[in-house]
Every structure is written in C-alpha cells, then in structure tokens.
Design a binder for this molecule. Sequence first.
Ligand code: DGI
Ligand code: FE
Ligand code: FE
Length: 198
Amino acid sequence: MDKLELIKYDLYAQDLRRIKHIEGVAESAIEIKNRHFPFITDETALCAAYMHDFTKEYSKEQHFAIFERYGIELDDCEARTEKLWHAKSAYALAKYVYALDDEICTAVLYHTTGRAAMQPLEKVIYLADYIEKTRTFVDCVDVRDTYAMLCEKRDKNALDSAILYSLDLTITDLLESRRMIHKNTFEARNHLLKEGIE
Ligand code: DGI
Ligand code: FE
Ligand code: FE
C-alpha cells in the first residue's frame, strides 16, 4: 500500500462525520494546485487533503496523548483554543506516524490559522479547506465566489487575494464572537498585505 492509500484506509476506518468535507477538500486542492502550482503532484496534494482534519473528531484526551507522545508544544493561545488542537495533532501523525514530506506536514499544521510566507501547498490546502463545495456558511460561499471571479478575470494574485479575504472574514468572525486570535492568523494576513495583495 502506498502512503496515500494507507491514510485513506485509516481515515475511512474512523467513520468520520466529516468525510464529505475531507473529500471536498481533496477535490478543491487538486483544482487549485493544477491552476497555480502544477508542479505539485496529485499524490502530494491528496495526502495533505486527507490528513488535514484526520484528528478533528478526537477527544481532548486523544489530542493530548498525541502531544505528549510526540513532544508537541502548545503556546498559550493554542492551549486555550480547542479548535486549534486538531491541526497540531494531525501534523504529529503526518510527521511521525505516516512519515510524510515536510511540505505536506506544514500544510496540515497551518491549515487552520495560516502563517506568514505560506508555501505553495500550504496555500492550496488553506484555501481548499475554506471553499470546498460542501461548505454552505455565507463567508465560505463569498470567498468561493470571489476566488472564481478573480480566476475568471485571470487575476495573477487570485489565490493570495482569496486567502487574504478569508483571513479578513475569519478574524472578523473571531472578533465578533470574542474568541482569541492566534498570532499566525494575524501574521498570515500582515504578510500578504506587505506583499501588496489586495
Ligand atoms: O477543521 P475545519 O472546520 O474544516 O476548518 P479549520 O481547521 O479552518 O477550522 C475553522 C475554525 O477554526 C473556525 O471556527 C475558526 C477557527 N480559527 C481559525 N483561526 C483561529 C480560529 N480560532 C481561534 N480561536 N483563533 C484563531 O486564530
Ligand atoms: Fe481543520
Ligand atoms: Fe477542514
């Protein structure tokens, strides 16, 4: 079995509620990388897509067992924010259990917050996660439509602009619901602005 098959085998064995979302991310990731980064292989994009929410339904105990076992440290914001745990635990499994390439591991690690100077596959997975077709939340539909419009216009910054827009919407949502905002989320946004993305 190759690594992708093994990941899918283990993922489907979990009987996840969110499998349709993960399949949607896989489909979007292929489309996005073919458009912007055709040098990324299908296998690489799919490994990252199938791994990204691998631990999403794990319990607190399961997440912390992984953090302890693989020496994963949480900063203060991460420790207090349950929504951020699954990216770090899935990263640990990607790196230490499935021994995936670094580019795949970091795409999994930063899929929720983004970070400054995101690498090609990190951008692909970040946006695919936000706009995949099963998402019906108004912000997701908005970013999906904006990205499609920018691609249609052949805007050379379509991918970065769509990511910037999704970061704006995420930060606005976090502010409105008085949740903590991780520094990577801010740094991802600041970096794109510094690069002149609109
Ligand atoms: O796992 P998914 O639902 O597919 O998507 P995701 O991993 O992008 O998680 C989205 C959730 O993460 C959404 O509720 C917003 C939250 N989130 C993203 N960045 C931050 C954050 N939550 C906090 N508190 N702080 C952040 O910086
Ligand atoms: Fe996620
Ligand atoms: Fe996801």
